[in-house]
Design a protein around this ligand. Structure first.
Ligand code: SF4
Length: 588
């Protein structure tokens, strides 16, 4: 339903009660990233710890959710256990459409439940169920039991955590409908701190499609571009793992804790190998005709000879990098086994893999011993890593509990800061050079998707600092508008500014369509303002020495260029946060 305000359900877990609020700001903050920031600005506490029960856990969708394909994400915002500052994480699955069908633009959860609980919300439903019997259960087992409990499927989405979230690991993710995640910066721990094992969103309403004559042909045109042109082939065919061989070839694939940027045995874990040997099927987020989610299999022998149990495990470029090349585990089935262990624990596989790569090098250098790691860590030893991932998920001892708070925290105590592959959080799977390293280290989400630094490194020659920083700022602004629409960023070549304006007009938001640039700028500003207000100092970010020793196809990383980029981008971020954007929506 088209409205000028946001329809926000606020739930207080301490009382089990909630209410729907109408919040102004559709034409100024749009939705998704913008709406999440607006809500945190109103309801969050910058001066209280991330696990203060009153801190909000926010889920927000956008104005085009349900109307156009690949508007399939939900933006989750919270104060992060990783750095105790404002954070955003994005997830898909069925969550966005379920919220649309539940007639909610956002869900805001505060308070702490008295017992381990599952929150069930719908357009006419709000229930906080006691699920103490699920506490301690793996993500998979929890999913099986909740599906039985919740019944139905269709427009129903299940968000859940595993032991890592219950243990408040800063690497705990929120699993969405089994194959997608709010992966990064510890959203799972925020649920754990609230005694919230799961959220079930029931999309039990319907909504009308726009009447105007523009909508149907526009939908058809976009759908055609997504399905009948080659634009999205990469994502459907081999999927993002196609990058593994490409990056390895140009010496830009982080390998063996970034001691190398290519590995001659990489063929064991390329996208081609995963597709040839392990792929069972593709699946998709709700409302997406592309289907980039690739499901491989692991099998376990049981009972009689030749009897196997098969389980499906999702894979992508980033998980393959983290549990594969970074650990020198170069067999596709072994990588899938590690991914499955991390999935069960509810760990962000990227952070877990990169943290264990650091721990392995620290073990080799004698900074750690088996007293800490409990198993001898060795690059390539998948069996030992399977144990270590479990230990990390359960927080088996002081060392694993500390490592679960972030690699740098462990390195501060045990040494090895120089080779901690941390760019704000554990790095993404690109060793393309200076612009990417700075982009992730300073980016608001510390994500490889904050801006296209990895692509800039590959396309641009020369070392013009001002030009590179301007690219990061403008690209971030464009992406922030897309994530405020909650578009899957894989569709960014389709959803260019003019197309987004057409979509907003067709659905009934002419004001947003007309002011796209100023709205994007305002959202970019408020996000940085909140991040800085919650403690971020862009000037104090450290990029560990290991990144300055990287050699790519362009030669060794240029430390001076990297430092100039870092300084200039930090200054730019401060300037953005000081901008005064006119908006009445923020004043309460
Ligand atoms: S392209 Fe992939 S991640 Fe994006 S919406 Fe489709 S299935 Fe989900």
């Amino acid at each position: 339903m088209i409205r000028d305000h946001f329809r926000v359900l606020r739930v207080d877990l301490s009382t089990g009660r909630g209410q729907v609020e109408e919040i102004e700001g559709r034409n100024t903050y749009a939705g998704g990233s913008g709406l999440a920031a607006l809500l945190f600005d109103r309801m969050g506490f910058s001066d209280r710890r991330w696990d203060d029960p009153e801190q909000p856990l926010i889920f927000a969708i956008g104005p085009l959710t349900g109307y156009f394909p690949l508007m399939s994400k939900v933006v989750c915002a919270f104060k992060s256990p990783y750095h105790d500052q404002y954070a955003e994480s994005h997830g898909g699955g069925r969550s966005a459409l379920s919220m649309r069908f539940a007639d909610l633009d956002a869900l805001v959860i505060t308070g702490k439940a008295k017992r381990p609980s599952c929150l069930v919300v719908g357009s006419r439903t709000l229930e906080v169920k006691d699920v103490h019997y699920l506490w301690g259960k793996s993500v998979q087992r929890t999913g099986q039991m909740l599906r039985r409990m919740a019944g139905g499927s269709g427009h129903r989405s299940i968000l859940r955590i595993g032991p890592a979230g219950e243990n408040r690991s800063a690497m705990a993710c929120i699993n969405v409908d089994t194959y997608r995640h709010f992966g990064r910066l510890g959203g799972g721990a925020v649920m754990g701190a609230k005694n919230l094992k799961a959220i079930v969103i029931i999309g039990d309403e319907s909504f009308k499609l726009p009447d105007g004559k523009e909508y149907a042909p526009l939908f058809e045109k976009i759908y055609g571009q997504l399905t009948e042109t080659t634009m999205m082939d990469k994502y459907h065919n081999l999927g993002t793992p196609i990058n593994v061989a490409v990056l390895n070839k140009i010496q830009a694939m982080p390998c063996r804790n970034l001691q190398r940027t290519s590995d001659e045995a990489i063929s064991g874990i390329t996208g081609e190998t995963f597709a040839d040997r392990t792929l069972l099927r593709n699946t998709a987020c709700a409302g997406c005709p592309v289907g980039c989610i690739h499901l491989g299999f692991v099998r376990e022998k049981f009972g009689e000879p030749n009897q196997y149990l098969y389980r499906q495990v999702t894979y992508d470029h980033e998980p393959i990098f983290a549990m594969g090349s970074m650990l020198s585990v170069l067999d596709a089935f072994q990588v899938l086994t590690l991914l499955e262990v991390a999935e069960k624990a509810g760990l962000d596989v990227m952070s877990a893999g990169v943290a264990l790569a650091w721990a392995t090098e620290a073990f080799e250098k004698g900074l750690l011993s088996e007293k800490e790691t409990l198993v001898p860590l060795k690059f390539g030893d998948a069996k030992a890593y399977a144990q270590a991932v479990k230990h990390l998920g359960t927080g088996a001892n002081d060392f694993y509990r500390l490592l679960g708070q972030g690699t740098l925290k462990a390195a501060e105590q045990y040494g090895g800061m120089d080779f901690a592959c941390v760019l704000g959080q554990e790095m993404g799977g690109y060793a393309t050079g200076e612009v990417f390293f700075v982009s992730q280290a300073l980016g608001l989400r510390h994500s490889h998707l904050d801006a296209g630094g990895y692509s800039y490194d590959q396309k641009q020659k020369g070392k013009d600092v001002a030009q590179a920083v301007e690219f990061l700022v403008q690209d971030e602004k464009a992406r922030v508008f897309l994530t405020s629409m909650v578009s899957c960023l894989f569709a960014r070549e389709v959803y260019k500014e003019a197309v987004l304006a057409d979509c907003l007009n067709a659905v009934g938001y002419p004001n947003l369509a007309e002011n796209l640039d100023s709205v994007a700028r305002r959202i970019q500003t408020i996000r940085w303002q909140i991040r800085i207000k919650t403690g971020f100092d862009p000037g104090s970010v450290k990029i560990p020495q290991r990144f300055k020793q990287v050699v790519t196809w362009k030669g060794p990383v240029d430390g001076n260029y990297l430092e100039s980029l870092q300084e200039t981008y930090a200054q730019k971020i401060r300037e953005i946060a000081k901008r005064e954007e006119s908006s009445s929506a923020r004043s309460r």
